[in-house]
Design a protein around this ligand. Structure first.
Ligand code: G6P
Length: 608
Protein backbone atom coordinates (compact mmCIF):
# COMPACT_ATOMS: atom_id res chain seq x y z
CA UNK A 1 0.00 0.00 0.00
CA UNK A 2 1.10 3.56 -0.48
CA UNK A 3 3.06 5.23 2.30
CA UNK A 4 2.65 8.77 3.57
CA UNK A 5 5.03 10.86 5.63
CA UNK A 6 4.75 14.50 6.64
CA UNK A 7 6.79 17.00 8.62
CA UNK A 8 6.14 20.49 9.97
CA UNK A 9 8.98 21.93 12.05
CA UNK A 10 12.10 24.01 11.94
CA UNK A 11 14.57 21.70 10.20
CA UNK A 12 14.94 21.00 6.48
CA UNK A 13 11.95 18.80 5.68
CA UNK A 14 13.12 16.87 2.61
CA UNK A 15 15.90 14.76 4.24
CA UNK A 16 13.50 13.89 7.05
CA UNK A 17 10.82 12.91 4.54
CA UNK A 18 13.28 10.73 2.61
CA UNK A 19 14.33 8.96 5.79
CA UNK A 20 10.66 8.35 6.67
CA UNK A 21 9.92 7.02 3.19
CA UNK A 22 12.78 4.56 3.59
CA UNK A 23 11.14 3.07 6.66
CA UNK A 24 7.89 2.74 4.70
CA UNK A 25 9.63 0.88 1.86
CA UNK A 26 8.67 -2.57 3.16
CA UNK A 27 5.01 -1.76 2.36
CA UNK A 28 5.84 -2.06 -1.33
CA UNK A 29 5.87 0.78 -3.87
CA UNK A 30 6.63 1.61 -7.46
CA UNK A 31 7.33 5.34 -7.31
CA UNK A 32 7.99 8.11 -4.79
CA UNK A 33 7.72 11.85 -4.39
CA UNK A 34 7.88 14.84 -2.05
CA UNK A 35 6.36 18.32 -1.82
CA UNK A 36 8.10 20.95 0.27
CA UNK A 37 6.90 24.48 1.03
CA UNK A 38 9.58 26.95 0.09
CA UNK A 39 9.02 30.73 0.51
CA UNK A 40 5.29 30.35 -0.02
CA UNK A 41 5.74 28.20 -3.13
CA UNK A 42 5.27 24.44 -3.27
CA UNK A 43 8.14 22.51 -4.83
CA UNK A 44 7.24 18.98 -5.98
CA UNK A 45 9.78 16.34 -7.00
CA UNK A 46 8.66 12.83 -7.88
CA UNK A 47 9.61 9.88 -10.06
CA UNK A 48 8.88 6.30 -10.91
CA UNK A 49 11.15 3.67 -9.41
CA UNK A 50 13.07 3.21 -6.20
CA UNK A 51 13.61 5.83 -3.52
CA UNK A 52 17.25 6.01 -4.55
CA UNK A 53 16.07 7.71 -7.76
CA UNK A 54 14.20 10.37 -5.78
CA UNK A 55 17.18 10.83 -3.46
CA UNK A 56 19.43 11.31 -6.47
CA UNK A 57 17.01 13.70 -8.16
CA UNK A 58 16.87 15.89 -5.04
CA UNK A 59 20.51 15.57 -3.98
CA UNK A 60 19.35 13.57 -0.96
CA UNK A 61 16.75 16.22 -0.21
CA UNK A 62 19.30 19.06 -0.15
CA UNK A 63 17.92 20.68 -3.30
CA UNK A 64 14.45 21.10 -1.76
CA UNK A 65 14.58 23.97 0.71
CA UNK A 66 11.80 24.33 3.27
CA UNK A 67 10.68 23.06 6.64
CA UNK A 68 7.12 21.85 5.95
CA UNK A 69 6.51 18.98 3.58
CA UNK A 70 4.81 15.74 2.61
CA UNK A 71 6.27 12.60 1.06
CA UNK A 72 4.78 9.53 -0.55
CA UNK A 73 5.62 6.07 -1.82
CA UNK A 74 3.04 4.95 -4.37
CA UNK A 75 1.64 1.49 -4.97
CA UNK A 76 -0.28 2.04 -8.19
CA UNK A 77 -4.03 1.45 -8.22
CA UNK A 78 -5.36 3.91 -10.82
CA UNK A 79 -2.93 4.48 -13.66
CA UNK A 80 0.36 2.69 -14.22
CA UNK A 81 3.51 3.48 -12.28
CA UNK A 82 4.96 6.59 -13.97
CA UNK A 83 6.42 9.99 -13.09
CA UNK A 84 3.17 11.81 -13.76
CA UNK A 85 1.03 9.37 -11.77
CA UNK A 86 3.37 9.60 -8.77
CA UNK A 87 2.32 11.71 -5.78
CA UNK A 88 2.21 14.49 -4.63
CA UNK A 89 -0.33 16.00 -7.03
CA UNK A 90 -0.82 19.72 -7.54
CA UNK A 91 -4.16 21.50 -7.72
CA UNK A 92 -4.65 23.40 -10.95
CA UNK A 93 -3.44 26.71 -9.49
CA UNK A 94 -0.50 24.94 -7.82
CA UNK A 95 -1.50 26.42 -4.47
CA UNK A 96 -2.27 23.01 -2.99
CA UNK A 97 -0.41 19.69 -3.02
CA UNK A 98 -1.89 16.37 -1.98
CA UNK A 99 -0.62 12.89 -1.15
CA UNK A 100 -3.11 10.04 -0.81
CA UNK A 101 -3.24 6.43 0.29
CA UNK A 102 -6.42 4.51 -0.59
CA UNK A 103 -8.99 4.55 -3.37
CA UNK A 104 -11.52 7.29 -4.15
CA UNK A 105 -14.58 5.38 -5.32
CA UNK A 106 -16.49 8.25 -6.92
CA UNK A 107 -13.46 9.76 -8.65
CA UNK A 108 -14.84 9.28 -12.18
CA UNK A 109 -17.97 11.23 -11.38
CA UNK A 110 -15.97 13.96 -9.60
CA UNK A 111 -13.46 14.11 -12.43
CA UNK A 112 -16.17 14.63 -15.04
CA UNK A 113 -17.73 17.37 -12.94
CA UNK A 114 -14.39 19.12 -12.36
CA UNK A 115 -13.59 18.90 -16.06
CA UNK A 116 -16.86 20.65 -16.80
CA UNK A 117 -15.74 23.43 -14.42
CA UNK A 118 -12.53 23.80 -16.44
CA UNK A 119 -10.05 21.72 -14.46
CA UNK A 120 -7.57 19.73 -16.53
CA UNK A 121 -5.93 16.54 -15.35
CA UNK A 122 -2.26 15.68 -15.71
CA UNK A 123 -2.45 12.10 -14.43
CA UNK A 124 -4.67 9.02 -14.55
CA UNK A 125 -4.94 8.84 -10.76
CA UNK A 126 -7.96 9.12 -8.52
CA UNK A 127 -5.83 11.31 -6.22
CA UNK A 128 -5.58 14.25 -8.60
CA UNK A 129 -9.34 14.67 -8.22
CA UNK A 130 -8.76 15.49 -4.55
CA UNK A 131 -6.10 18.11 -5.36
CA UNK A 132 -8.47 19.92 -7.73
CA UNK A 133 -11.36 19.49 -5.34
CA UNK A 134 -9.35 21.17 -2.56
CA UNK A 135 -8.89 24.16 -4.86
CA UNK A 136 -12.57 24.10 -5.82
CA UNK A 137 -13.67 23.98 -2.16
CA UNK A 138 -11.07 26.55 -0.99
CA UNK A 139 -12.62 28.91 1.55
CA UNK A 140 -9.39 30.46 2.80
CA UNK A 141 -9.07 28.16 5.81
CA UNK A 142 -7.40 24.80 5.13
CA UNK A 143 -9.16 22.86 7.88
CA UNK A 144 -12.60 24.03 6.73
CA UNK A 145 -11.64 23.45 3.10
CA UNK A 146 -10.58 19.86 3.84
CA UNK A 147 -13.78 19.33 5.80
CA UNK A 148 -15.77 20.39 2.71
CA UNK A 149 -13.75 18.01 0.52
CA UNK A 150 -14.58 15.15 2.87
CA UNK A 151 -18.31 15.72 2.29
CA UNK A 152 -17.75 15.07 -1.42
CA UNK A 153 -15.39 12.12 -1.62
CA UNK A 154 -16.29 8.45 -1.11
CA UNK A 155 -13.91 5.58 -0.55
CA UNK A 156 -10.85 5.04 1.56
CA UNK A 157 -8.15 7.59 2.13
CA UNK A 158 -5.34 8.97 4.20
CA UNK A 159 -4.49 12.43 2.91
CA UNK A 160 -1.74 14.95 3.50
CA UNK A 161 -2.40 18.45 2.17
CA UNK A 162 -0.21 21.57 1.83
CA UNK A 163 -1.50 25.06 1.02
CA UNK A 164 0.55 28.09 -0.02
CA UNK A 165 -1.88 30.30 1.89
CA UNK A 166 -0.88 28.62 5.14
CA UNK A 167 2.77 27.87 4.43
CA UNK A 168 3.60 26.73 7.97
CA UNK A 169 0.76 24.23 8.13
CA UNK A 170 0.29 20.61 7.11
CA UNK A 171 -3.22 19.15 7.27
CA UNK A 172 -4.00 15.43 7.23
CA UNK A 173 -7.09 13.24 7.54
CA UNK A 174 -8.02 9.60 7.18
CA UNK A 175 -10.88 7.20 6.52
CA UNK A 176 -10.29 3.44 6.26
CA UNK A 177 -6.56 3.96 5.60
CA UNK A 178 -4.07 4.21 8.43
CA UNK A 179 -2.56 7.46 9.64
CA UNK A 180 -0.56 8.17 12.79
CA UNK A 181 0.70 11.44 14.23
CA UNK A 182 3.40 12.30 16.73
CA UNK A 183 5.53 15.21 17.89
CA UNK A 184 8.87 15.88 19.44
CA UNK A 185 10.14 19.09 21.06
CA UNK A 186 10.30 21.03 17.84
CA UNK A 187 8.09 19.46 15.18
CA UNK A 188 5.00 17.45 14.27
CA UNK A 189 5.01 14.36 12.04
CA UNK A 190 2.46 12.23 10.22
CA UNK A 191 2.94 8.77 8.70
CA UNK A 192 1.03 5.79 7.38
CA UNK A 193 2.37 3.65 10.14
CA UNK A 194 4.23 3.70 13.40
CA UNK A 195 7.74 2.51 12.35
CA UNK A 196 8.32 5.64 10.29
CA UNK A 197 7.74 7.78 13.39
CA UNK A 198 9.60 5.74 16.01
CA UNK A 199 12.84 7.75 15.58
CA UNK A 200 10.94 10.80 16.91
CA UNK A 201 8.64 9.51 19.61
CA UNK A 202 6.98 6.48 21.15
CA UNK A 203 3.86 8.49 21.97
CA UNK A 204 1.48 8.39 19.02
CA UNK A 205 -1.92 9.77 18.17
CA UNK A 206 -3.80 7.14 16.14
CA UNK A 207 -6.16 8.96 13.80
CA UNK A 208 -9.73 7.67 13.61
CA UNK A 209 -11.97 7.92 10.57
CA UNK A 210 -12.72 11.49 9.50
CA UNK A 211 -10.54 13.09 12.15
CA UNK A 212 -8.46 15.95 10.83
CA UNK A 213 -5.07 17.02 12.16
CA UNK A 214 -3.26 20.31 11.59
CA UNK A 215 0.48 20.43 12.25
CA UNK A 216 2.34 23.69 12.59
CA UNK A 217 5.87 23.97 14.04
CA UNK A 218 5.48 23.18 17.73
CA UNK A 219 1.72 22.59 17.63
CA UNK A 220 -0.69 19.76 16.81
CA UNK A 221 -4.45 20.36 16.72
CA UNK A 222 -7.17 17.82 16.04
CA UNK A 223 -10.62 18.45 14.56
CA UNK A 224 -13.71 16.43 13.71
CA UNK A 225 -15.22 16.26 10.24
CA UNK A 226 -17.09 19.54 10.90
CA UNK A 227 -13.81 21.32 11.66
CA UNK A 228 -14.59 21.52 15.40
CA UNK A 229 -11.59 21.03 17.74
CA UNK A 230 -11.33 17.65 19.53
CA UNK A 231 -8.94 16.12 22.04
CA UNK A 232 -7.07 12.88 21.38
CA UNK A 233 -5.44 10.41 23.68
CA UNK A 234 -1.84 9.31 23.38
CA UNK A 235 -1.03 5.70 22.50
CA UNK A 236 2.34 4.59 23.84
CA UNK A 237 4.25 2.16 21.61
CA UNK A 238 6.28 -0.47 23.37
CA UNK A 239 7.10 -2.81 20.43
CA UNK A 240 10.39 -2.91 18.60
CA UNK A 241 10.75 -1.60 15.05
CA UNK A 242 10.64 -4.94 13.30
CA UNK A 243 7.38 -5.89 15.04
CA UNK A 244 6.04 -2.45 14.28
CA UNK A 245 6.69 -2.87 10.56
CA UNK A 246 4.43 -5.86 10.70
CA UNK A 247 1.80 -3.74 12.46
CA UNK A 248 2.50 -5.57 15.71
CA UNK A 249 2.04 -9.02 14.12
CA UNK A 250 4.79 -11.58 14.40
CA UNK A 251 4.86 -12.27 10.67
CA UNK A 252 3.69 -10.62 7.47
CA UNK A 253 1.58 -13.70 6.73
CA UNK A 254 -0.48 -13.18 9.88
CA UNK A 255 -0.79 -9.47 9.17
CA UNK A 256 -1.98 -10.23 5.64
CA UNK A 257 -4.48 -12.82 6.88
CA UNK A 258 -5.92 -10.09 9.08
CA UNK A 259 -5.93 -7.59 6.22
CA UNK A 260 -8.35 -9.76 4.24
CA UNK A 261 -11.63 -8.04 5.20
CA UNK A 262 -10.24 -4.66 4.09
CA UNK A 263 -8.64 -6.12 0.95
CA UNK A 264 -11.88 -7.86 -0.02
CA UNK A 265 -13.74 -4.59 0.46
CA UNK A 266 -11.27 -2.87 -1.87
CA UNK A 267 -11.82 -5.57 -4.51
CA UNK A 268 -15.55 -5.00 -4.66
CA UNK A 269 -15.67 -1.29 -4.05
CA UNK A 270 -16.68 0.78 -7.06
CA UNK A 271 -17.46 -2.38 -9.08
CA UNK A 272 -21.03 -2.74 -7.85
CA UNK A 273 -23.14 -0.04 -9.41
CA UNK A 274 -26.78 -0.37 -8.45
CA UNK A 275 -27.92 -3.81 -9.50
CA UNK A 276 -25.09 -4.38 -11.98
CA UNK A 277 -21.38 -5.16 -11.96
CA UNK A 278 -19.15 -2.84 -13.95
CA UNK A 279 -15.40 -2.59 -14.39
CA UNK A 280 -13.77 0.65 -15.51
CA UNK A 281 -12.30 0.22 -18.98
CA UNK A 282 -14.10 -3.07 -19.73
CA UNK A 283 -17.08 -3.05 -22.00
CA UNK A 284 -17.98 -6.49 -23.33
CA UNK A 285 -21.06 -6.15 -25.50
CA UNK A 286 -23.98 -8.43 -24.80
CA UNK A 287 -23.77 -9.95 -28.27
CA UNK A 288 -20.06 -10.71 -27.83
CA UNK A 289 -20.53 -12.40 -24.45
CA UNK A 290 -23.57 -14.24 -25.75
CA UNK A 291 -21.63 -15.81 -28.64
CA UNK A 292 -18.76 -17.08 -26.44
CA UNK A 293 -18.35 -20.83 -26.72
CA UNK A 294 -16.26 -21.15 -23.57
CA UNK A 295 -13.82 -19.66 -21.09
CA UNK A 296 -10.30 -20.74 -20.12
CA UNK A 297 -8.72 -19.79 -16.81
CA UNK A 298 -4.93 -20.09 -16.73
CA UNK A 299 -2.74 -19.56 -13.67
CA UNK A 300 -0.10 -21.06 -11.38
CA UNK A 301 -0.04 -22.02 -7.70
CA UNK A 302 -2.76 -20.52 -5.53
CA UNK A 303 -4.02 -18.44 -8.43
CA UNK A 304 -4.73 -21.74 -10.22
CA UNK A 305 -6.74 -22.83 -7.17
CA UNK A 306 -8.68 -19.58 -7.36
CA UNK A 307 -9.37 -20.49 -10.99
CA UNK A 308 -10.74 -23.89 -9.92
CA UNK A 309 -13.29 -22.07 -7.78
CA UNK A 310 -13.86 -19.54 -10.57
CA UNK A 311 -14.96 -22.37 -12.86
CA UNK A 312 -17.97 -23.10 -10.61
CA UNK A 313 -18.78 -19.41 -10.42
CA UNK A 314 -18.64 -18.72 -14.17
CA UNK A 315 -20.29 -21.96 -15.28
CA UNK A 316 -23.20 -21.14 -12.96
CA UNK A 317 -23.78 -17.65 -14.34
CA UNK A 318 -22.63 -17.87 -17.97
CA UNK A 319 -23.66 -21.48 -18.57
CA UNK A 320 -20.72 -22.11 -20.84
CA UNK A 321 -17.88 -24.61 -20.26
CA UNK A 322 -14.91 -23.28 -18.31
CA UNK A 323 -11.53 -24.98 -18.65
CA UNK A 324 -9.10 -24.30 -15.79
CA UNK A 325 -5.50 -25.09 -16.48
CA UNK A 326 -2.07 -24.78 -14.94
CA UNK A 327 -0.32 -22.22 -17.14
CA UNK A 328 2.84 -24.29 -17.61
CA UNK A 329 0.68 -27.10 -19.05
CA UNK A 330 -1.54 -24.88 -21.17
CA UNK A 331 1.34 -23.19 -22.94
CA UNK A 332 2.78 -26.44 -24.36
CA UNK A 333 -0.41 -28.38 -25.01
CA UNK A 334 -1.51 -26.98 -28.35
CA UNK A 335 -4.71 -25.74 -26.67
CA UNK A 336 -7.90 -25.39 -28.68
CA UNK A 337 -8.53 -21.69 -28.29
CA UNK A 338 -10.03 -19.21 -30.73
CA UNK A 339 -11.64 -15.81 -30.93
CA UNK A 340 -14.93 -17.11 -29.59
CA UNK A 341 -13.33 -17.80 -26.24
CA UNK A 342 -12.33 -15.64 -23.35
CA UNK A 343 -9.04 -16.47 -21.66
CA UNK A 344 -8.67 -15.24 -18.09
CA UNK A 345 -5.15 -15.16 -16.62
CA UNK A 346 -5.08 -14.94 -12.82
CA UNK A 347 -1.96 -13.80 -10.98
CA UNK A 348 -1.12 -11.89 -7.82
CA UNK A 349 2.18 -10.55 -9.12
CA UNK A 350 1.29 -10.29 -12.80
CA UNK A 351 4.85 -11.41 -13.54
CA UNK A 352 4.70 -15.22 -13.36
CA UNK A 353 6.61 -16.43 -16.42
CA UNK A 354 4.40 -19.43 -17.23
CA UNK A 355 1.17 -17.45 -16.90
CA UNK A 356 2.56 -14.71 -19.12
CA UNK A 357 3.66 -17.24 -21.75
CA UNK A 358 0.24 -18.95 -21.64
CA UNK A 359 -1.46 -15.57 -22.09
CA UNK A 360 0.70 -14.81 -25.12
CA UNK A 361 -0.16 -18.23 -26.57
CA UNK A 362 -3.89 -17.56 -26.10
CA UNK A 363 -3.54 -14.14 -27.76
CA UNK A 364 -1.64 -15.68 -30.67
CA UNK A 365 -4.56 -18.03 -31.20
CA UNK A 366 -6.99 -15.13 -31.36
CA UNK A 367 -8.66 -15.27 -27.95
CA UNK A 368 -9.67 -12.16 -26.07
CA UNK A 369 -7.68 -12.04 -22.85
CA UNK A 370 -8.51 -10.69 -19.42
CA UNK A 371 -5.96 -10.44 -16.61
CA UNK A 372 -7.02 -10.56 -12.96
CA UNK A 373 -3.93 -9.25 -11.16
CA UNK A 374 -2.95 -7.39 -8.04
CA UNK A 375 0.11 -5.48 -9.17
CA UNK A 376 -0.83 -2.48 -11.28
CA UNK A 377 1.21 -2.00 -14.42
CA UNK A 378 2.67 -5.54 -14.21
CA UNK A 379 3.49 -7.44 -17.39
CA UNK A 380 0.23 -9.40 -17.46
CA UNK A 381 -1.78 -6.25 -16.85
CA UNK A 382 -0.04 -4.56 -19.76
CA UNK A 383 -0.21 -7.46 -22.18
CA UNK A 384 -3.79 -8.66 -21.67
CA UNK A 385 -6.53 -6.97 -23.68
CA UNK A 386 -8.32 -6.06 -20.44
CA UNK A 387 -7.40 -6.01 -16.79
CA UNK A 388 -9.20 -6.17 -13.47
CA UNK A 389 -7.13 -5.32 -10.42
CA UNK A 390 -7.81 -7.12 -7.18
CA UNK A 391 -6.57 -4.15 -5.12
CA UNK A 392 -5.38 -6.38 -2.29
CA UNK A 393 -2.41 -4.11 -1.56
CA UNK A 394 1.18 -5.39 -1.53
CA UNK A 395 1.63 -8.93 -0.30
CA UNK A 396 5.00 -9.56 1.28
CA UNK A 397 4.72 -13.07 2.71
CA UNK A 398 5.63 -15.67 0.08
CA UNK A 399 2.55 -17.76 0.90
CA UNK A 400 -0.38 -15.85 -0.52
CA UNK A 401 -3.48 -15.23 1.60
CA UNK A 402 -5.20 -11.93 0.80
CA UNK A 403 -3.92 -12.23 -2.77
CA UNK A 404 -5.84 -15.50 -3.13
CA UNK A 405 -9.12 -14.54 -1.46
CA UNK A 406 -9.34 -11.30 -3.43
CA UNK A 407 -8.85 -13.33 -6.63
CA UNK A 408 -11.84 -15.44 -5.59
CA UNK A 409 -14.00 -12.38 -5.11
CA UNK A 410 -12.81 -10.79 -8.36
CA UNK A 411 -13.73 -14.01 -10.20
CA UNK A 412 -17.21 -13.92 -8.69
CA UNK A 413 -17.59 -10.31 -9.86
CA UNK A 414 -16.52 -11.42 -13.35
CA UNK A 415 -18.99 -14.33 -13.18
CA UNK A 416 -21.90 -12.03 -12.36
CA UNK A 417 -20.75 -9.53 -15.02
CA UNK A 418 -20.59 -12.22 -17.74
CA UNK A 419 -23.92 -13.67 -16.61
CA UNK A 420 -25.58 -10.26 -16.78
CA UNK A 421 -24.04 -9.30 -20.13
CA UNK A 422 -25.01 -12.65 -21.70
CA UNK A 423 -28.55 -12.37 -20.41
CA UNK A 424 -28.27 -15.86 -18.92
CA UNK A 425 -28.30 -14.74 -15.28
CA UNK A 426 -31.71 -13.58 -14.11
CA UNK A 427 -31.86 -10.26 -12.29
CA UNK A 428 -33.14 -11.94 -9.15
CA UNK A 429 -30.21 -14.41 -9.16
CA UNK A 430 -27.79 -11.51 -9.81
CA UNK A 431 -29.35 -9.52 -6.94
CA UNK A 432 -28.87 -12.45 -4.58
CA UNK A 433 -25.24 -12.90 -5.62
CA UNK A 434 -24.47 -9.18 -5.37
CA UNK A 435 -25.97 -9.07 -1.90
CA UNK A 436 -23.85 -12.07 -0.90
CA UNK A 437 -20.70 -10.49 -2.41
CA UNK A 438 -21.25 -7.28 -0.43
CA UNK A 439 -21.53 -9.26 2.82
CA UNK A 440 -18.24 -11.16 2.34
CA UNK A 441 -15.81 -8.61 3.89
CA UNK A 442 -17.81 -8.49 7.11
CA UNK A 443 -18.14 -12.27 7.25
CA UNK A 444 -14.39 -12.56 6.71
CA UNK A 445 -13.96 -10.20 9.66
CA UNK A 446 -16.17 -12.39 11.81
CA UNK A 447 -14.05 -15.43 10.86
CA UNK A 448 -11.08 -13.62 12.41
CA UNK A 449 -12.63 -12.61 15.71
CA UNK A 450 -11.76 -15.65 17.79
CA UNK A 451 -8.81 -17.55 16.40
CA UNK A 452 -7.69 -19.17 19.67
CA UNK A 453 -9.43 -22.50 18.90
CA UNK A 454 -7.53 -22.75 15.59
CA UNK A 455 -4.27 -21.95 17.31
CA UNK A 456 -4.97 -24.67 19.90
CA UNK A 457 -5.83 -27.10 17.13
CA UNK A 458 -2.50 -26.35 15.44
CA UNK A 459 -0.76 -26.95 18.78
CA UNK A 460 -2.35 -30.41 18.91
CA UNK A 461 -1.38 -31.36 15.34
CA UNK A 462 1.91 -29.65 14.56
CA UNK A 463 3.70 -33.01 14.69
CA UNK A 464 1.53 -34.56 11.96
CA UNK A 465 3.44 -36.45 9.25
CA UNK A 466 0.73 -36.48 6.56
CA UNK A 467 -2.32 -34.26 6.29
CA UNK A 468 -5.10 -34.94 3.79
CA UNK A 469 -7.68 -32.30 2.89
CA UNK A 470 -10.77 -33.73 1.26
CA UNK A 471 -13.86 -32.16 -0.28
CA UNK A 472 -16.23 -32.39 -3.20
CA UNK A 473 -17.18 -29.82 -5.80
CA UNK A 474 -16.04 -26.34 -4.86
CA UNK A 475 -14.69 -27.77 -1.57
CA UNK A 476 -12.27 -29.91 -3.58
CA UNK A 477 -10.80 -26.70 -5.00
CA UNK A 478 -10.54 -25.21 -1.48
CA UNK A 479 -8.94 -28.45 -0.23
CA UNK A 480 -6.14 -28.05 -2.75
CA UNK A 481 -5.44 -24.48 -1.65
CA UNK A 482 -5.59 -25.37 2.06
CA UNK A 483 -3.20 -28.26 1.47
CA UNK A 484 -0.76 -26.11 -0.50
CA UNK A 485 -0.80 -23.50 2.28
CA UNK A 486 0.13 -26.10 4.87
CA UNK A 487 2.86 -27.88 2.92
CA UNK A 488 4.57 -24.77 1.58
CA UNK A 489 5.14 -23.17 4.97
CA UNK A 490 5.35 -26.16 7.34
CA UNK A 491 7.13 -28.70 5.05
CA UNK A 492 4.64 -31.34 6.19
CA UNK A 493 3.47 -33.67 3.45
CA UNK A 494 -0.09 -32.85 2.46
CA UNK A 495 -2.55 -33.53 -0.36
CA UNK A 496 -5.84 -32.00 -1.38
CA UNK A 497 -8.07 -34.76 -2.72
CA UNK A 498 -11.52 -35.09 -4.25
CA UNK A 499 -13.30 -36.97 -1.48
CA UNK A 500 -14.90 -39.39 -3.94
CA UNK A 501 -11.49 -40.28 -5.35
CA UNK A 502 -9.99 -41.41 -2.01
CA UNK A 503 -11.12 -44.99 -2.54
CA UNK A 504 -9.13 -45.17 -5.79
CA UNK A 505 -5.76 -45.08 -4.13
CA UNK A 506 -5.02 -42.55 -1.42
CA UNK A 507 -7.07 -44.35 1.20
CA UNK A 508 -4.29 -46.94 1.37
CA UNK A 509 -2.16 -44.28 3.06
CA UNK A 510 -4.65 -43.77 5.88
CA UNK A 511 -3.61 -45.36 9.16
CA UNK A 512 -3.65 -44.63 12.87
CA UNK A 513 -2.70 -41.01 13.43
CA UNK A 514 -3.27 -39.75 9.84
CA UNK A 515 -4.92 -36.34 9.92
CA UNK A 516 -7.85 -35.83 7.54
CA UNK A 517 -9.51 -32.44 7.22
CA UNK A 518 -12.89 -32.60 5.52
CA UNK A 519 -14.54 -29.54 4.00
CA UNK A 520 -18.33 -29.70 4.07
CA UNK A 521 -19.74 -26.39 2.92
CA UNK A 522 -21.94 -27.56 0.05
CA UNK A 523 -25.38 -28.74 1.27
CA UNK A 524 -25.87 -31.00 -1.76
CA UNK A 525 -22.65 -32.94 -1.17
CA UNK A 526 -22.56 -32.94 2.60
CA UNK A 527 -23.80 -36.48 3.20
CA UNK A 528 -21.32 -37.84 0.65
CA UNK A 529 -18.36 -36.21 2.42
CA UNK A 530 -19.65 -37.40 5.79
CA UNK A 531 -19.52 -40.96 4.39
CA UNK A 532 -15.95 -40.40 3.15
CA UNK A 533 -14.93 -39.11 6.57
CA UNK A 534 -16.48 -42.19 8.19
CA UNK A 535 -14.34 -44.35 5.89
CA UNK A 536 -11.09 -42.72 7.01
CA UNK A 537 -12.18 -42.62 10.64
CA UNK A 538 -12.65 -46.39 10.75
CA UNK A 539 -9.09 -46.73 9.43
CA UNK A 540 -7.69 -44.77 12.35
CA UNK A 541 -7.59 -41.20 11.04
CA UNK A 542 -8.16 -38.16 13.21
CA UNK A 543 -10.88 -36.10 11.56
CA UNK A 544 -11.34 -32.34 11.52
CA UNK A 545 -14.48 -31.03 9.81
CA UNK A 546 -14.79 -27.52 8.36
CA UNK A 547 -18.43 -26.59 7.97
CA UNK A 548 -21.02 -23.86 8.32
CA UNK A 549 -23.69 -26.38 9.35
CA UNK A 550 -23.04 -28.31 12.54
CA UNK A 551 -25.20 -31.33 13.31
CA UNK A 552 -25.19 -34.24 15.73
CA UNK A 553 -24.07 -36.76 13.10
CA UNK A 554 -21.03 -34.72 12.11
CA UNK A 555 -20.20 -33.87 15.72
CA UNK A 556 -20.21 -37.54 16.61
CA UNK A 557 -17.93 -38.43 13.72
CA UNK A 558 -15.42 -35.57 13.77
CA UNK A 559 -12.77 -35.24 16.45
CA UNK A 560 -12.82 -31.47 15.99
CA UNK A 561 -15.09 -29.06 14.12
CA UNK A 562 -14.22 -25.66 12.66
CA UNK A 563 -17.36 -23.58 12.21
CA UNK A 564 -17.35 -20.94 9.50
CA UNK A 565 -19.99 -18.29 8.71
CA UNK A 566 -22.74 -19.20 6.26
CA UNK A 567 -23.03 -17.57 2.86
CA UNK A 568 -23.85 -18.41 -0.74
CA UNK A 569 -22.16 -21.76 -1.59
CA UNK A 570 -20.21 -20.10 -4.44
CA UNK A 571 -18.63 -17.59 -2.06
CA UNK A 572 -17.91 -19.89 0.84
CA UNK A 573 -14.35 -20.71 -0.38
CA UNK A 574 -13.39 -17.17 0.69
CA UNK A 575 -14.46 -18.00 4.23
CA UNK A 576 -13.51 -21.68 4.51
CA UNK A 577 -9.88 -20.96 3.64
CA UNK A 578 -9.35 -18.36 6.40
CA UNK A 579 -9.21 -20.80 9.38
CA UNK A 580 -7.11 -23.14 7.25
CA UNK A 581 -4.65 -20.35 6.47
CA UNK A 582 -4.40 -19.76 10.22
CA UNK A 583 -4.03 -23.50 10.89
CA UNK A 584 -1.14 -23.68 8.40
CA UNK A 585 0.38 -20.51 9.85
CA UNK A 586 0.45 -21.76 13.45
CA UNK A 587 1.69 -25.22 12.45
CA UNK A 588 4.56 -23.49 10.66
CA UNK A 589 5.26 -21.33 13.72
CA UNK A 590 5.18 -24.33 16.08
CA UNK A 591 7.63 -26.14 13.82
CA UNK A 592 9.96 -23.16 13.92
CA UNK A 593 9.82 -22.58 10.16
CA UNK A 594 10.64 -19.34 8.39
CA UNK A 595 6.95 -18.51 7.85
CA UNK A 596 7.30 -15.53 5.53
CA UNK A 597 10.17 -16.96 3.49
CA UNK A 598 9.80 -20.74 3.20
CA UNK A 599 12.76 -22.62 1.79
CA UNK A 600 13.09 -23.02 -2.00
CA UNK A 601 10.12 -20.75 -2.76
CA UNK A 602 9.88 -17.30 -4.31
CA UNK A 603 7.11 -14.75 -4.14
CA UNK A 604 7.18 -14.08 -7.83
CA UNK A 605 8.40 -16.78 -10.20
CA UNK A 606 9.66 -14.90 -13.23
CA UNK A 607 11.57 -17.81 -14.75
CA UNK A 608 10.18 -20.93 -16.32
C1 G6P B 1 4.55 -18.53 -6.39
C2 G6P B 1 3.97 -18.06 -5.07
C3 G6P B 1 2.52 -18.52 -4.93
C4 G6P B 1 1.71 -18.06 -6.10
C5 G6P B 1 2.33 -18.50 -7.44
C6 G6P B 1 1.68 -17.79 -8.60
O1 G6P B 1 4.69 -19.92 -6.38
O2 G6P B 1 4.72 -18.54 -3.99
O3 G6P B 1 1.96 -18.00 -3.73
O4 G6P B 1 0.40 -18.56 -6.00
O5 G6P B 1 3.71 -18.15 -7.48
O6 G6P B 1 2.00 -16.44 -8.49
P1 G6P B 1 1.13 -15.28 -9.10
O7 G6P B 1 1.90 -14.03 -8.77
O8 G6P B 1 1.07 -15.53 -10.58
O9 G6P B 1 -0.22 -15.33 -8.47
Amino acid sequence: MCGIIGYAGAKQAAPILLKGLETLEYRGYDSAGMAVMSDGVINIQKCRGRLAALAEKTDHGQSMQGSVGIGHTRWATHGEPSDKNSHPHFSQNEQFAVVHNGIIENYQELKERLERYGYTFQSETDTEVIAHLVEYCDCGDLIRTVSKVLQRIEGSYALGVLSTREPECLVAVRKDSPLVVCRDDEAGYIASDIPALLPYSRDMYLMEDNEIVALTPGKINFYNIDARPIEKEIYHVDWDVSAAEKGGYEHFMLKEIYEQPQALQSTIQSRIRGDRIQFDGIDYTSSWVEQLTGVHIIACGSAYHAGLVGRYMIETTLQRPVNVEIASEFRYRNPIVDERQLVIAVSQSGETADTLAALREAKRRGARTLAIVNVVGSSLAREAHDVIYTWAGPEISVATTKGYTTQLLALELVAVYLGQQSGRLSQSAADALIEAICAVPELAQSALVDIAPIQQMAARHFNAKDVFYIGRGIDYASSQEASLKLKEISYIHSEGIAAGELKHGTISLIEDGSLVIGLLTQPKLREKVISNLAEVKTRGATVIAVTSMEDAKLNALADEVILIPETNPLLIPVLSVIPLQLFAYYISVYNGRDVDKPRNLAKSVTVE
